[in-house]
Write a new protein. Structure first.
Length: 73
């Protein structure tokens, strides 16, 4: 029996493949909690941002309310 595998590349693939393989199927999504917020990146024009920030703190809530109204929610 040889001390080294005949093909080192195949031996390395055999060792690392199980650790790097992705799980089969899609993971179950956690249930959403009503009223929670999600962090996103949104590009908007500076004048729109200035409009909502002009009244001070709470501008994100005001912007969310305007978006909700525009979406008919």
């Amino acid at each position: 029996m040889a001390r080294r595998p005949t093909n080192p590349l195949d031996a390395a693939e055999a060792v690392f493949k199980p650790a790097s393989a992705k799980p089969a199927g899609r993971a179950a999504e956690a249930p959403r909690i009503p009223g929670t917020r999600e962090s996103v990146t949104l590009r908007i024009e500076s004048d729109v941002l200035e409009y909502f920030q002009a009244d001070g703190p709470g501008w994100q809530d005001r912007m969310a309310a305007a978006l909700r109204a525009a979406a008919g929610l």
